[in-house]
Ligand binder design. Sequence first.
Ligand code: ADP
Ligand code: MG
Length: 145
Amino acid sequence: MIVIDTASERETLAFARRLGEQAKAGDVYALDGDLGAGKTVFAKGFAAGLGVPGTVSSPTFTIIQVHEGGRLPLYHMDVYRLSDEDELEAVGAEEMLRGDGVCLVEWACLVRGLLPPETTRITIEKDLARGTDFRRIRVEYGSRA
Ligand code: ADP
Ligand code: MG
């Protein structure tokens, strides 16, 4: 497990960018943390590390945003608005979760049962006692067969 503290959005972007640079085909990243924790900021940095061109914004309303044009396809999901796991399957996410691209799932705790065991779990937490821009980011690698 990796634990890193960031003091600004810029630091979170830079950390996520490094993970994006290291991502491999088929990787799944579960992103958890409260509203405003920095999951989408993380996704932006990660996408930059993958070489995704253009703007990466929150897929809250579309559920899935597909970004081509980087080193690997990026499937950026935000499952906050789904009522259950079946709905995620209905929008074609299963293929993406088992495909050769890279999946980043915001609010992954809501669809835990659909994620492969090798999923990398990333949690972002605030600690207001340490300032409004402080974030603690935990990265836990999943089981690899
Ligand atoms: P989420 O997707 O988790 O709901 P966002 O990434 O959309 O959250 O928003 C995070 C907000 O927190 C942004 O407004 C960002 O500028 C701010 N922020 C402040 N400090 C940090 C930090 N250290 N890391 C990431 N975001 C930060
Ligand atoms: Mg978000």
